[in-house]
Design a protein around this ligand. Structure first.
Ligand code: NAD
Length: 475
């Protein structure tokens, strides 16, 4: 793959410094190496940050109209390279073509288009009595992203940072770096000025922490696990930089007793299983009325057993492998622990699906008799696994839903929208999906509690990259 073993700094593809190393990126469907990626060291990060700092002087002074034009050009070029981004995702994360293209690549595109609207409508200056309040770009931003929805998560940072007039260094996940290479090529071709956007590959402890602790980085926007988020906050603390965190989740799905289970169960199962269950907001912790348990399990078994798992290039495949050996092992460990603790397997279970002996494939699984104190009910699974826990009444359901350190998303299904919204208001989460996993880029994405403190999408995302300045004084 072109440019995979180089970094994009100050408008050109450069060789890694002597402080860099490298690693193989594996195809998770075959467990074979597809290419090598360079892992940057402190010197590479320094060089990228210096380029971003130099570029900030002029980019921060561009007009809204100029930045709108730039983002519009990015949208055009991104569209023309969509297939290349999708192909990279299929190779490095095993995403089936349908998911890689429409869902993954489409979501990234949506972030750029929504950022244009947000930018056009944003008031960068307002008058409050005699005081002028100005919103100014925060400066040089370190952007750190995971591998699970890469174009969406990269664009959810790059688009608002550009809209704000910031410059940036992106460090994408070392597990799925190649889609980021294509995105860097898109930004280059679209005419993003040299130094405004820089890309350094690398792992968390080296390149990641060089970026988060860097004295010349004004802000870190981080998406990843809560564990790494804590390290990021710690590393950023001595320089008092802003840290926007989008972290893990353990989202409950409250099915109210008036839901139409025949349609709700297969829909919600498909939503959890999408992307092989590797979504931060997956509503994988089902809370079901005691009286409806058997009905829910019957529908869930039928739907789970109909899911086609296989190689991403194969026609008709709905879900591919997990991203890595570590992810596979974690899912197996959690299923085993749950069964040992008294959970029952309704569908799927341990091991790979029949006929798939190589690759990090997991059986689409439904577990019943899960109680909230089990590890599987408290730890993020990040695999195609749904757990079912029963509740007695709505108060009990809400208590169970909120009994977690996470607070990213909640799900509620009901035939009565107002009843569902009343439950949504009592959930301690940044987002609640009512009647399905759909979300809208006009809203805000982010979590309560240990799911983070940031908000992405639309003008909520734009605000993250702005400083507020008050100019007091009278004529
Ligand atoms: P991860 O935390 O292992 O890695 C995320 C990124 O952080 C990678 O680029 C990694 O190299 C980097 N990193 C790791 N340790 C670091 C450190 N000490 N300093 C700086 N950077 C460091 O997460 P992952 O496995 O790539 O992604 C899955 C996790 O991300 C899940 O927990 C998921 O819920 C979360 N996630 C959250 C959101 C959200 O918007 N809230 C979206 C997607 C994924």
């Amino acid at each position: 793959m072109t440019n995979a073993d180089r970094f994009y700094i100050d408008g050109e593809w450069v060789d890694p410094s002597a402080s860099a190393s490298s690693t193989d990126v594996l195809d998770p469907a075959t467990e074979t190496a597809i290419a090598t990626v360079a892992l940057g060291g402190a010197e590479d990060v320094d060089r990228a940050v210096a380029a971003a700092r130099a570029a900030f002087a002029s980019f921060s002074q561009t007009t809204v109209a100029e930045r709108v034009q730039l983002l519009e050009r990015i949208v055009e070029v991104y569209r023309s390279r969509s297939q290349d981004i999708a192909d990279a995702l299929t190779a490095e994360m095993g995403a089936p073509a349908s998911l890689a293209g429409t869902a993954q690549v489409g979501a990234g595109l949506g972030q750029f288009t929504f950022a244009i609207d947000a930018l056009k409508n944003f008031a960068f200056e307002e008058q409050r009595g005699g005081t002028q309040v100005r919103y100014e770009p925060i400066g040089v931003c370190g952007l750190i992203t995971p591998w699970n929805w890469p174009p969406l998560l990269i664009a959810a940072k790059v688009a608002p940072a550009l809209a704000a007039g910031c410059t940036m260094v992106l460090k994408p996940s070392e597990l799925a770096p190649f889609n980021a290479v294509v995105i860097a090529e898109v930004l280059h071709e679209a005419g993003v000025p040299a130094g405004v956007f820089n890309l350094v590959h690398g792992d968390g402890p080296t390149a990641g922490s060089a970026l988060t602790s860097h004295p010349d980085v004004d802000m870190v926007s981080f998406t990843g696990s809560t564990r790494a988020g804590v390290e990021v906050a710690r590393s950023a603390a001595p320089t008092v930089k802003r840290v926007a965190q989008e972290l893990g989740g353990k989202s409950a799905n409250i099915m109210l007793d008036d839901a139409d289970f025949a349609s709700v169960v297969p829909r919600d199962l498909a939503d959890v299983y999408a992307n092989s269950g590797q979504s931060c907001n997956a509503g994988a912790r089902w809370l079901v009325p005691e009286t409806k348990l058997e009905e829910v399990l019957a529908h869930a078994r039928t739907a789970a057993e109909a899911v086609v798992v296989g190689h991403p290039e194969q026609e008709g495949v709905q879900i591919g492998p997990l991203v890595s050996r570590a992810a596979y092992d974690k899912v197996q460990r959690l299923i085993r622990g749950a069964v040992d603790a008294g959970a029952t397997v309704v569908a799927g279970g341990l091991g790979r699906p029949a006929g798939l002996d190589v690759g990090y494939f997991v059986r689409p699984t439904v577990l019943a008799n899960v109680t909230n104190d089990m590890e599987i009910a408290q730890e993020e699974i990040f695999g195609p696994v749904v757990t079912v826990t029963t509740y007695t009444d709505v108060d009990d359901a809400i208590r169970l839903a909120n009994d977690t350190v996470y607070g990213l998303a909640g799900f509620v299904s009901s035939a009565d929208l107002e009843r569902a919204r009343a439950v949504a208001r009592r959930m301690r989460t940044g987002m609640v999906h009512v009647n399905g996993a759909g979300l809208d880029f006009a809203g805000a994405f982010g979590g309560y509690k240990q799911s983070g403190n940031g908000r992405e999408y639309s003008d909520f995302g734009l605000r993250e990259f702005l400083e507020t300045k008050s100019v007091f004084g009278y004529a």
